[in-house]
Write a protein of this length. Structure first.
Length: 279
């Protein structure tokens, strides 16, 4: 169960004499800004479009100047080539890989070790988002963004039935692709069973469930499993869950986009945990 790292185009040589292999490109104010805030030392250089002189660009360039990161002027065509997209907002960065946990086991063991030193009431219960069949990069990016906002410890997806991290995902995630560990696993059902062995309760979402999300106890160690809009979870995934819940739909539409549903579920967990926390 390894974390996913997407390098820039395979085999591409680094330019400008930087001794870096497999550079990664981030683009857009959010994605580059988060890396600038969390790990400026990992940024090789930032490219910007000098013809853009609005307040947002000025503020961004001030932060870059304060960090000491190298700035390079680039026209829109060069930025689009770097980013692989015209949605770069006039900003792109070449960055080095930052050290991350390399497996789900490592992440959970680190959390267990940190909790062991804390009183029971102050321990952090695992909160994991599992996506089964989410193949659209825009949906994945939005799910990563909401996972970061809710403080989820990781996002898990099956290798053969999911989108990987790419420039589009990073852009939509607004920096969360840099902060939320994303594990693509070979066998999702087996991974869910391994989570059970760690006493993590597996809760899946299904329209056919007899109980709603708001009747579920999300205060303990939980993995929330969501399928793609329309198809939902695969049958084996649903059978592996400890509990199935539904999100109440009170209007005319039958379902929510998976990123919206992820936000509803994760923030209900946040609400329950906040209400139960000692004051």
């Amino acid at each position: 169960m390894r974390a996913l790292w997407q390098p820039e185009a395979a085999g591409r040589r680094c330019v400008d004499n930087h001794p870096m292999s497999s550079p990664k490109v981030l683009f857009g104010f959010h994605a580059v800004g988060v890396r600038l805030k969390t790990a400026p030392q990992s940024i090789v250089e930032i490219y910007y479009e000098p013809t853009r002189r609005d307040a947002r660009m000025r503020q961004f360039l001030e932060k870059v100047a304060e960090s000491g990161v190298r700035l390079i002027e680039a026209d829109g065509m060069r930025l689009a080539k770097l980013a692989g997209s015209h949605g770069h907002q006039g900003v792109a960065a070449r960055v080095q890989e930052i050290k991350q946990v390399h497996s789900l086991d490592e992440l959970l063991e680190n959390l267990e070790a940190a909790n062991a030193e804390l009183p029971l009431a102050e321990r952090t219960q695992p909160l994991i988002l599992v996506l089964d069949g989410v193949t659209d990069p825009h949906n994945l990016g939005a799910c990563l963004r909401v996972a970061d906002g809710a403080g989820a410890h990781a996002v898990i997806a099956p290798k053969d039935h999911a989108a990987g991290i790419n420039a589009t995902v990073a852009k939509v995630a607004s920096g969360a692709a840099e902060t939320v560990p994303y594990f693509m696993v070979t066998n999702l059902a087996r991974t869910l069973n391994e989570l059970k062995e760690r006493n993590i309760w597996i809760i899946g979402t299904s329209d056919a469930a007899t109980h709603t999300l708001y009747q579920a106890d999300l205060k303990g160690a939980v993995a929330l499993v969501l399928g793609a809009e329309g198809d939902g979870m695969r049958q084996l995934t649903a059978k592996t869950c400890d509990q199935l819940v539904s999100i109440p739909m009170l209007g005319a539409v039958e379902s929510l986009n998976v990123s919206v549903a992820s936000g509803v579920c994760l923030y209900e967990a946040v609400r329950q945990r906040s209400a139960a926390a000692p004051r």
